[in-house]
Design a binder for this molecule. Sequence first.
Ligand code: IVH
Length: 686
Amino acid sequence: MTGTREKQSDKAIEQRMQQLADEIEKHNKAYYVDNNPTISDELYDSMFQELVRLEQQYPQYKTLFSPTERVGASVKAEILKVKHVIPMLSIHTETDYTAQGAYDFDERVRRELELKADAAPIEYDCELKFDGLAINIRYEKGILVQAATRGDGYEGEDVTANVRTIKTLPLKVEGFPDVFEVRGEVILHKSEFERINREQKEKGLKLFANPRNAAAGCLRQLDPSITAERNLSFYAYGYGEVSEALAKTQYELLTYLKEKGFPVADTRRLAYGPKELQEFHVLVEKIRDDLPFDIDGVVYKVNSFALQKTLGFVSREPRWACAHKYPPQEVQTIVQDITIQVGRTGKLTPVARLKPVFVGGTTISNASLHNEEFLENMGVKIGDTVVVRRAGDVIPEIVRVIKELRPANARDFVMPDFCPVCGSHAYKEEGEKDRKCTGGLFCQAQRVQSILHFVSRKAMGIDGIGEKLAEQLVTKGLVENISDIYRLKKEQIKGLEKMGDKSSDNLIASIEKSKNTTLERFLYAIGIPDVGESTARTLAQHFKTLKNCQSAGLEQLLEVDDVGESTAEKILHFFAEEKNIKVITELQELGVHWEETEAGREQEQVFAGMTFVLTGTLPRLSRDEASDIIRKAGGKVSGSVSKKTTYVLAGDAAGSKLEKAHALGVKVIDEAELMNMLSKDNETNE
Ligand code: IVH
């Protein structure tokens, strides 16, 4: 008997292996996707074992898409980067949780499409908003060849081996186009998350905060056999690069993907007009807790791909889609203490120290009480039970005190008259909400905070100074005011905690590099109260030189876009303060400089009156750098292409903005042409 089996032709063995593989995949789908197993676990296991045996004996017949491959890959040393052919964008989030959110979105879409009031309702596809990780899975000739995380939208990480372990995902798809990138979300079911955390606890390992974090950890595992033990799931909701268009609508696309064996959530439906969108929102809220996985809202998408194309994108978000979230989750906890934090401007903020609670996906232990007025209105005492709320990534807040639960020994908190950090007087000016420390740069807390602001990415962009180092620089007396940063010597830094030879060199180099800056960064960095990065930019564009800005009076300041009376006053005060002028002068003497575009130096303004839209990845410049160059030369940078756009500056992997530019006949240029335009005009003007 065995003899006959051994004599089987190679062809027959290959065929048997193929049949086993197909059969196992079929049962994988029945079991994991449809929740409807048709054979016993024993039978499944015996088929699987037979396939493993045959593959060991006849490796030449083993395929890349064999079900055994889902766990077979070896441990990797590092995660590689992958560039997305089509960028992976984000969705606009509707912050109004009420029905209004759905109506606002519909209204925006209708306005963009220039529809008349009596035009027919728009057809939308309504989906769940999975709370997991976006992933792009590339199939070539029907075979799963690569999976990558979203990353920054343009470049993600290669997670192919780990994604292969997802049993609900087909490794091979019959009749798929030559190239098809399926997009969707990798998530962990709640039950699986609980099981993993139970095991982590038993092993004395760190617990995952929520299913999303656990899923992220599994995806980035270097050893796919560990990922395989943690049953990740995948749900499809879109596509990336495709060699052939197969659907005309989002709904059709998902139906097609489902037919091809991809998991697609059953909770989806078509809706006509905003009322039906809202009905879906309400329906999902009701079933939310019964779903096997976490969601953080629903997604509405204009169903027709043709209309999606017309609508296009604004910055990195499609105009045709919108995420509609649910009201933040609220829980109860206890205020164990109230302490004071001192900020950069000396503001004293009372902070409630809470008994840690799990809300909105994470554990929180602090909540800001903002100021005395808030404290008073809330009437919160130490020992009180309070309701805290955490909405998405927003900072947790206390919503109300449950006075019924107040213990007899609850204590009042009184704002201090002295700064808890430096002991200087702290008081509240007439009409102001905030109590402030009068210590100024004598106060260590203020010094540390102003250093952190000054070096931050959008200010001077100095890498390598975090809170710990800033504290040391202050306590060791190395930095009294921000200009001292430019006086730091390597030998002084090297001795500090966690600062070796290399990191000290890097820091010095970064400080040196930061000297070459722009007026807008400088205005933001010096920390004028109320002047954020956007106001700093408008000030720089308006006044062109620091001198103009510094000497501007109230009237002139009020002429600047988005500078109101209160901000104008603050700017005036700031420049009237002698110690501020001293720091500014010192910074310049120490080498901080920027190119000043004096009004009248026409060659700098070659892009005056022009609007640019950036798309894709440029070969040399980052988006921020390219935008800086355009703005400096008088141009505007906008997020979306319209007839008013002068040029679309396109790089690699440019998306639909490029398509829209072609459709509207807007001229498309590349980085080299942009630089050419700049230098040409300079030549002619000189
Ligand atoms: S569509 C261009 N559909 O939400 C639009 N995204 O903020 C591409 N997400 O990174 C996304 N559920 O991870 C889409 N049904 C759904 C989704 C969904 C969750 C996530 C996705 C994306 C983020 C967008």
